[in-house]
Design a protein. Structure first.
Ligand SMILES: NC(=O)c1ccc[n+]([C@@H]2O[C@H](COP(=O)([O-])OP(=O)(O)OC[C@H]3O[C@@H](n4cnc5c(N)ncnc54)[C@H](O)[C@@H]3O)[C@@H](O)[C@H]2O)c1
Length: 430
């Protein structure tokens, strides 16, 4: 079993640390946020991830998982150091690597000989080389290796995705390093693929761009379905049974968002531009996504008779998808912002992200109860596919929502049942 340092205790770092400890490794997770470190040391996990609090508790109890303040403290005695820090969208769409660079400078002087710095943050092609040069410049001993190990976990099922991944990709230009990093994963249930560092970095961007393309494609089909009177639910069912297509990411909605797809598609477009490739298909994927947000706002506007000024919209679902409390780059928040911008009052409700949404947008009211959010509203807009929205009491909604209009941007409700209750119903592509 190995001594592992993890830099960053967010979705990726905390999951990586807790899962590697569960697999028997000795893990120290370092974060710059001292409050977070204090909470985690007590077993307090503030992200909504099935199974993660239990794994953190297990790791603390066995003392195989510890939390410290700062990257250097996590790296000082490690054989492997995983970088799991943010790489947000920077100038012009490029990935902003400043946090990665800061972390590399911090760990460089303390990495013991033979240690491997493993990059799990999503970084553009060529970053492993950049990190290697930075390490030397910042005083690392020459016997420190570099590997790329992009992360594919999905928020909400992060633990399952880590322990039973569709695949693990390890990019290393030195075969010894590749074997050593692969060995850390010997007990996970999934194939381990070893590639060059450039290929590993590209796998991550290509995968996210492909999934974003699938969603943009199905949104475009949904819009076409509306124009020709087809039902996109029937169409995607007919498509998804084809194993070459599959059902995943085949759900129309308000467009993709979250902490990864927007920045990763933008960064890939910049990578392409840098080598003189316009990548028009990727540009269309991004543009289609932007237009989809406009379409949803348009549906809400239509539902209230063409002018949102002075109208009240109940917005159910504020997180970027169901089963997470993550609001980063949420389509729901973007749509709420646009509705507020057109003069509407927006009364939001979310099963898990409500607290965090308070104060996020000036003017956005956040209620603790879905029916309360509908009180006095002209229209109810369903923006996130939380399962509980299927099972709420719509007779009760009808009594508190004077506008009797629903825009179901996730197609979670039954249009016939809603119309039967007296609502006008607008879904996506049906
Ligand atoms: N969230 C996802 O679903 C997901 C999935 C795959 C890949 N990724 C990628 O993984 C990376 C991390 O994403 P995340 O969602 O876990 O981010 P996050 O924002 O949830 O967590 C990042 C953590 O790093 C800490 N941090 C920042 N600078 C630090 C430093 N110098 N030293 C120590 N800690 C520091 C922050 O305090 C924070 O706790 C990104 O590159 C992201 O694109 C994310």
């Amino acid at each position: 079993m190995s001594r592992v340092g993890v830099v960053g205790a967010g979705y990726v770092g905390l999951t990586t640390g807790a899962c590697l400890a569960h697999l028997g490794h000795d893990v120290i997770v370092g974060d710059i946020d001292a409050d977070k470190v204090r909470r985690l040391t007590k077993g307090d996990v503030d992200v909504l991830e099935e199974g993660l609090p239990e794994l953190v508790a297990e790791g603390l109890a066995t003392r195989r998982l510890r939390f410290v303040v700062g990257a250097a403290a996590a790296a000082a005695d490690a054989e492997f150091v995983f970088l799991c820090v943010p790489t947000p969208e920077g100038e012009g769409g490029d990935a902003d690597l400043s946090v990665v660079e800061a972390a590399v400078r911090e760990v460089a002087p303390v990495l013991p000989p033979g240690a491997v710095l493993v990059n799990k943050s999503t970084v553009p092609v060529g970053s492993s080389g950049h990190v290697g040069r930075l390490l030397r410049a910042a005083g690392a001993v020459p016997e420190v290796g570099v590997a790329s190990n992009p992360e594919f976990l999905r928020e909400g099922t992060a633990v399952r995705d880590f322990l039973s991944p569709a695949r693990v990709v390890i990019g290393a230009d030195d075969p010894t390093v590749a074997v050593r990093v692969s060995d850390l994963y010997r007990d996970v249930q999934g194939p381990v693929l070893v590639t060059s560092t450039a290929s590993a970095e590209m796998v991550k961007y290509a995968s996210n761009a492909f999934l974003a393309a699938k969603v943009s494609f199905v949104n475009a089909i949904a819009n076409l379905c509306e124009a020709v009177n087809a039902d996109v639910r029937e169409v995607t069912l007919g498509m998804g049974y084809d194993p070459r297509i599959g059902f995943e990411f085949l759900h129309p909605g308000p467009g993709w968002g979250g902490s990864c797809f927007p920045k990763d598609t933008a960064a890939l477009a910049r990578t392409a531009a840098r080598v003189g490739d316009d990548f028009p298909m990727l540009a269309a994927v991004i543009a289609t996504n932007r237009e989809q947000r406009d379409r949803v706002v348009g549906k809400v506007r239509d539902a209230v008779g063409g002018d949102l000024a002075g109208r009240t919209v109940a917005a159910w679902g504020l997180t970027f998808k169901a089963n997470t409390n993550d609001l980063r780059d949420s389509p729901a928040i973007d749509i709420a912002r646009r509705l507020l911008g057109e003069g509407a009052t927006v009364r939001g409700y979310d099963p898990a992200g409500g607290e965090a949404a308070r104060g996020l947008l000036p003017g956005l009211e956040v209620l603790a109860d879905p029916y309360e959010a509908c009180a006095g509203a002209d229209v109810l807009c369903v923006l996130t596919e939380w399962d509980e929205f299927r099972w709420l009491d719509y007779e009760r909604v009808a009594t508190v929502l004077p506008g009797r209009a629903i825009v179901d941007a996730r197609n979670v409700l039954d249009p016939a049942a809603m119309r039967h209750l007296g609502f006008t119903y607008r879904g996506i592509g049906r």
